[in-house]
Design a protein around this ligand. Structure first.
Ligand code: HEM
Length: 257
């Protein structure tokens, strides 16, 4: 994935996520004057250099946006550490030992402050919620109807759910996230399950952090292999394969290939 296309992916996905219902009440475009051009170029080069240092970082930043946006809109709440007033989102189940990219965001923030001191910025959240992150972000064990309902709670239609799930064309998941699918589910290709089992032991606690690509074909390219893999029953997560499992999302998956 070239730095430019990674950037385009992140920006377009982030824009899609901005459709999340509650975000509109929190952000004001008036806070961004014309000088925003300098802001965007600083952010773009920060993201590009993070991705050249580590290809997977594009995927990780994209997921960071998703998890931020699903808790009270895209307001940076995921970046906040715990305080005496609240337990934040970093320790929530979907995020702990899993969401990455905080260092990159910190670094870019400093670069923006240096390039455009005191001029640009966004009204970030001053509070965060571990329980809202646990409730709002769907786990990989989710059924299709759970996924649809979690997305619907954010004002996102089933079609948007299908499309946004295509982000799993990038990045990796830990064994703990896909163990149940490769050992217990029947809607999975046998040889694919066998390959994944080789690096993800069945015993809970053993090899939990071993990684596998979400898209076994091309996990650093933004393409439609995510959907093609689902059709041949090679989705990595239980929740991925739910999109093509004889249910209402099947036709959308087929037309995305
Ligand atoms: C539809 C419901 C979704 C579920 C259940 C889900 C679940 C997961 C899980 C369990 C992982 C692996 C985490 C780990 O093992 O550490 C993951 C990774 C990822 N997710 Fe999702 N996800 C969903 C939707 C999305 C959406 C909407 C986006 C972005 C638009 C997204 C972007 C990503 C990316 C890029 C990765 C790889 C991150 C990396 O390599 O660091 N996911 N997701």
């Amino acid at each position: 994935l070239s730095s430019f296309s990674s950037m385009a992916v992140i920006v377009s996905m982030a824009l899609l996520l901005l459709l999340v219902k509650s975000s509109s009440a929190q952000l004001s475009t008036n806070l961004y004057p014309l000088l925003a051009l300098s802001y965007f170029s600083t952010v773009k080069s920060g993201v590009q250099s993070a991705i050249s240092a580590e290809k997977r970082m594009g995927a990780s930043l994209l997921r960071l946006f998703f998890h931020d946006c699903f808790v009270d809109g895209c307001d940076g709440s995921i970046l906040l550490d715990n305080t005496s007033n609240f337990t934040g989102e970093k320790d929530a189940l979907p995020n702990k030992n899993s969401v990455r990219g905080f260092d990159v965001i910190d670094k870019i923030k400093k670069q923006v402050e240096k390039a455009c001191p005191g001029v640009l910025g966004r009204r970030d959240s001053t509070t965060a919620s571990e329980s809202a992150a646990n409730n709002n972000i769907p786990p990989p064990s989710s059924s299709l109807s759970n996924l649809i309902s979690k997305f619907s709670a954010q004002g996102l239609s089933p079609k948007r759910h299908d499309c946004l799930s295509g982000a799993h064309t990038l990045g990796k998941a830990r064994c703990i996230s896909f163990r149940a699918h490769i050992y217990n589910d029947s809607d999975i290709d046998n040889s694919f399950a066998k390959t994944r089992r080789a690096n993800c032991p069945s015993k809970s606690g053993s090899g939990d952090n071993n990684l596998a690509p979400l898209d076994f074909e091309t996990d650093t390219e933004f393409d439609n292999y995510y959907y093609k893999n689902l059709i041949i029953k090679k989705g990595l997560l239980h929740s991925d394969q739910e999109l093509f499992n004889g249910g209402s999302a099947d036709s959308q998956v087929k037309s995305s290939c």
